[in-house]
Design a protein around this ligand. Structure first.
Ligand SMILES: [Zn+2]
Length: 380
């Protein structure tokens, strides 16, 4: 496989901003739209890499920087030869900078403080103070060795209003410059693989700030563009609006990534229709574990697709106790091909481990099938 990162436009939808992109990474090609299952702690809950390959996943979010710094620590990851080897995933991988996690932690002030120097947090086990900033985040991501790494940002909280959004944006921009400088000195991972660096547009729910952030991001030597902040993926109407504001400014040949989008299949259809290429979300596996299983059908909707029908079923309901049907008739995942709702209902009620595995396989498969249906719709 060539040791390079490239992205190119393959096809455009006739009417919508939706498109098919191809990313070349040192660990294989990715054709978008692509959903990235999330393995924050160097594993996907209840799923093996073999399950992910079965679902046609071509890229995952593996080994988040914050979590990997805490445990197992960079020395161990480096001694094994990086995250691909460590977690047994040989295809493309994106990691993230730790920015989102430190925002969550900073809300509990005593264990993490964010200032101009970055984030200072207490190791959850040893109590040692660790520093995460644009330089240490890039250094850690080189050891993690993902194909796509993220500039360290201050994720915009949704509760702080314009002032907080502006502060997060300014800081993110200053940190971005340092991230780009660190990456420019050496754009390879600790194992010699070329890494792509993506920057993150902040600006909360304010149009002028989003535009300002986009303008700044586009001036930096970045390989791809992410759209971040707590609002993204959480409020889908606002997410769509934000994408509409900034899309006219974005270059065609760079990958566009909405961070944290994918609560359900319809969310993927909605952001891709707006011109987004990749997304990640913990919701499909978390929903599965809590008994919420995607159930619907992809129907034509004005040159695009919609996910219609029940959309989700709650497998704990007693109406499924004798239901011989698969979760979803039009799903060809391993679970739907082999097991009934009655069996999954029984496993769930008893809290048996097999439930978590089989339900996660299904929900991830539905997300990836949604991506495949979108590519087919665009003639890909
Ligand atoms: Zn299924």
């Amino acid at each position: 496989m060539p040791n390079t990162y490239q992205s190119e436009l393959i096809k455009k939808h006739a009417r919508l901003p939706a498109r098919i992109m191809r990313m070349m990474t040192p660990h294989g090609e990715v054709t978008t739209p692509a959903f990235m299952p999330v393995g924050t702690r160097a594993m996907l809950n209840y799923l093996t890499p073999a399950d992910l390959l079965q679902s046609e996943s071509e890229i995952i979010l593996g080994g988040n920087t914050y979590h990997m710094l805490c445990t197992p620590g960079m020395e161990i990851i480096q001694s094994i030869g990086g995250m691909h080897k460590f977690m047994g995933w040989n295809k493309a991988m994106l990691t993230d900078s730790g920015g989102f996690q430190v925002l969550s932690l900073s809300k509990k002030g005593s264990i993490c403080i964010i200032d101009e120097e970055g984030a200072h947090f207490k190791h959850p086990i040893t109590g040692k103070i660790l520093h995460l900033n644009s330089q240490t985040s890039i250094d850690a991501q080189k050891i993690i060795g993902a194909d796509i790494i993220m500039a360290f940002d201050q994720c915009t909280p949704e509760t702080g209003g314009r002032e907080a959004a502006l502060a997060a944006l300014d800081r993110t921009h200053r940190w971005l410059v340092t991230s780009c400088e660190a990456h420019a000195k050496n754009s390879n991972s600790a194992y010699g693989f070329k890494q792509a660096l993506f920057g993150i547009i902040q600006g909360g729910s304010f149009r002028d700030l989003r535009e300002q952030s986009t303008e700044f991001i586009l001036q930096q030597p970045l390989d791809g563009i992410a759209i971040g902040g707590e609002v993204i993926g959480f409020d889908m109407q606002k997410t769509a609006e934000i994408i509409d504001w900034i899309r006219p400014m974005l270059p065609e040949n760079k990958i566009r990534y909405t961070m944290g989008v994918g609560l359900n299949p319809q969310d993927l259809l909605d952001v891709v229709a707006k011109g987004i290429d990749i997304f990640d979300c913990v919701a499909p596996t978390r929903n599965a574990r809590h008994g919420t299983l995607y159930c619907g059908e992809w129907v034509d909707d004005n040159d695009w697709l919609a996910f219609k029908g029940e959309k989700r079923i709650l497998i704990k309901k007693s109406i499924y106790a004798r239901d011989e049907n698969p979760i979803m008739h039009n799903c060809d995942c391993y679970t739907c091909r082999n097991f009934s709702r009655a069996y999954l209902h029984y496993l769930f009620k008893e809290g048996l481990i097999a439930y978590f595995h089989l339900s996660s396989i299904h929900n991830i498969h539905v997300m990836q099938t949604t991506c495949r249906k979108m590519r087919e719709k665009m003639g890909g």
